[in-house]
Design a protein around this ligand. Sequence first.
Ligand code: ATP
Ligand code: MG
Length: 424
Amino acid sequence: MSKEILQSVKGMNDILPDEAELWLWFEAVVRDWLHAYGYRNIRMPLVEPTSLFKRAIGEVTDIVEKEMYSFEDSLNGDQLTLRPEGTASCVRAVLQHNLLYNAPQRLYYSGQMFRHERPQKGRYRQFHQVGVEALGFAGPDIDAEQIVMCARLWHKLGLRDVALQLNTLGDAASRQRHREKLVAYFQQHQDVLDADAQRRLHTNPLRILDSKNPAMQALIAAAPRLMDELDDEARVHFDSLQQMLREHGVSYEINPRLVRGLDYYNRTVFEWVTTRLGAQGTICAGGRYDGLVEQIGGKPAPAMGFAMGVERLLALLQDDGMLPPRPEVDVYVVHQGDDAGRLARQVAEQLRDDRLRVLLHCGGGSFKSQMKKADASGARVAAVIGDDEAAANEVSLKPMQGGEQVRVNVSSLVAAVNQIIKQE
Ligand code: ATP
Ligand code: MG
């Protein structure tokens, strides 16, 4: 009787070995890049109290309104949520452990995030972010550092066709002024607003600017601009940031409609966008969130961060024809007989001690079939051990790319293998 094979949860993907090679390569590049800028790793739980995200991200946001995987802990009734993003958890951890007590912190994390969205290319229910947060820095120098860092990473990865969009959201007072003008403006045009916008008119009018509804685009384009309400400090901050970006040769476009989907941002916001992933074109997004630390219970501290979507970045790389580097096998060890098996296991460890990558044949079979496996593995050398070799404490080495087979004593095995590999 055949049973149906169970499937993974919709929108939550397996990353199979061939693709995982690309992930490993990407993760190694990213780690080096982060360390070059002095960012340090922090790891938070995947599950947090639901109230953390409500408080940090904002009640009237897509994430909190409709995208969170929230559930009750059946053992104690706690309200919990699978993290939809990392900034809230990161700030919570920093405050809980008092990491800001005497110095600002440059931190990064990476891993799974969960959002209940309609799955499509570049949009999944479990996806991965690399998140970067600088806490305790007022900017604009750190804002520039983070944006320049991104540009440098795209260069390192060989990414093409990503453009920077930049905006400032100002500070509380100018946002309030702008908000009043926005509400008045949208009220005058109630008939054009869709249901979402109607609902947001009094809770979060700024988010109406973020709407993708084509019927509202003309109305949005002519809406009062926050840029016109900026106070001097925020304007100077934004001007200096732009000056630094120009000095670094980073080009950008100012997009006054860029408001970001989370409530905690102020001043600098930015997105790196590509035209090559359809509607899912944002590969990296972030900004300044000077109010968040206080909002979740800490002493006020300015901060700036961003997160990149790993699936979208890797899709771009694959689109560019980037092939994952396969892990190479140096030596495939074939063996037959009990004594040979013992020697094979010992020899394999000896080679690994010398940092060689070794596949030890498992599962028996004739020499011929084992050699076929050695060939298929892509190994550069086959180490062959039969009764003869075992009795003499020797190993036969066969270069897989052609060349003389040699027989060497176990004591000179490592040198002999390296010799063959070097000759290739
Ligand atoms: P979008 O407008 O595409 O929904 P967002 O503003 O909700 O993005 P952020 O919360 O800023 O996204 O997350 C940062 C990055 O994480 C995004 O720019 C994107 O690259 C990636 N990302 C967000 N949601 C998803 C998802 N559901 N699947 C895959 N990647 C995602
Ligand atoms: Mg979203």
